[in-house]
Design a protein around this ligand. Structure first.
Ligand code: GEK
Length: 242
C-alpha cells in the first residue's frame, strides 16, 4: 500500500516548505524508517512501556499519530477493553489513511482516530500520552502549554513518551551529530541532493529543542520524574512520569 520515498530525488528550483500532504502519506512508512534512526525500536518500545504503565479504565492519547504506528504497537501489547486509544492528527490525508489501516485490524481495545489540532485538544483521564516526533513541528511558543495540558490530563502515575530530534547545546558538537545523521540517511539510500533538499524543506518547519529545554518544560509543567530511555545520534525519546 505504501511506496518508496523519492519526493526529493529530482532537483527543485525552489524547495517548498514540508507539508504532511497526500504525497507524503503515500511514502510515509519508508520515509520515516529511512530518516529517523531507531524509529522501529522506539515504536516497539512504546508498546512495551504501555504494558508497564497503562492503567485500567483510562485513555491513551497518540498525538500527531500519522498512520498510527505507535497506537498499533500499544494495541498489540495491550488488549485492554476498559482502555481507549485516541489517535489525533491535523493532516486530513494522514487521518484518512490511518483510519483505513486501523480498521483492518480487530483489536479488543477501541481506537478513535480524530482530525484535530493537538494544541486545542481537550484531554482527560489519561494514563499514557505519546508525542512521537510531533512536538518539534509545533510553534515553539505553543510547546510549554501543550506539555502543561498533558500534565493536567494525566492521572497520578501516568506517563508521557516524548520522542524528538534534538539540537545539541554546543554548535560544533551539533554539526558533528548532524553529519552522523546525514551519513545514516546516505547508508539508507538517500542521495546528497535528496538530503540537502529535505533539509531545506524542513527549515522553519521542524525546529528542534535542546535536551535542557525539554527538561525545563517538564519541570515547569510539574513533572518531577523524567529521563532518556532511548537515543541514537540526535534522535531521542524521553519517559516522563506524573
Ligand atoms: C509515528 N507519531 O509514526 N496537531 C495535530 N497533528 C499535528 C500537528 C498539530 N498541531 N502538527 C503536526 N502534526 C508518528 C510520526 S510525524 C513525524 C509523527 C515526522 C502531525 C503531522 O500531521 C504529522 O502526521 C505528525 O504530526 C508528525 O509514530 O514525520 O517526522
Amino acid at each position: 500500500m505504501s511506496g518508496k520515498d523519492t519526493l526529493f530525488s529530482n532537483p527543485q528550483e525552489n524547495v517548498k516548505s514540508f507539508e504532511f500532504d497526500q504525497q507524503v502519506v503515500e511514502v510515509f512508512p519508508d520515509m520515516i524508517e529511512r530518516s529517523v534512526p531507531g524509529y522501529r525500536t522506539i515504536i516497539q518500545g512504546i508498546g512495551e512501556i504501555a504494558e508497564k504503565f497503562v492503567q485500567l479504565d483510562s485513555n491513551i492519547y497518540d498525538l500527531g499519530c500519522s498512520l498510527g504506528a505507535a497506537s498499533f504497537s500499544i494495541r498489540q501489547k495491550l488488549q485492554e477493553p476498559s482502555c481507549r486509544i485516541i489517535a489525533v492528527d491535523n493532516s486530513s490525508a494522514m487521518v484518512e489513511r490511518c483510519r483505513l489501516i486501523q480498521s483492518g485490524y480487530n483489536f479488543a481495545m477501541p481506537i478513535d482516530v480524530l482530525e484535530a489540532d493537538i494544541t486545542k485538544l481537550e484531554m482527560q483521564d489519561a494514563s499514557m500520552i505519546v508525542l512521537n516526533f510531533t512536538l518539534q513541528f509545533l510553534p515553539q511558543e505553543k510547546r510549554q502549554q501543550l506539555i502543561s495540558n498533558i500534565y493536567s490530563a494525566l492521572k497520578p502515575g501516568g506517563i508521557l513518551v516524548l520522542s524528538e530530534k534534538l539540537q545539541m547545546s554546543e554548535e560544533n558538537f551539533d554539526e558533528s551529530i548532524i553529519d552522523l545523521h546525514h551519513k545514516f540517511k546516505k547508508r539508507n539510500g538517500y542521495s546528497d541532493m535528496e538530503i540537502a533538499q529535505k533539509r531545506a524543506a524542513l527549515e522553519n518547519v521542524l525546529i528542534p529543542d535542546t535536551r535542557e529545554q525539554h527538561f525545563e518544560r517538564f519541570s515547569l509543567a510539574g513533572f518531577s520524574q523524567f529521563d532518556t530511555w532511548f537515543q541514537h545520534f540526535n534522535f531521542v525519546s524521553f519517559l516522563v512520569v506524573k
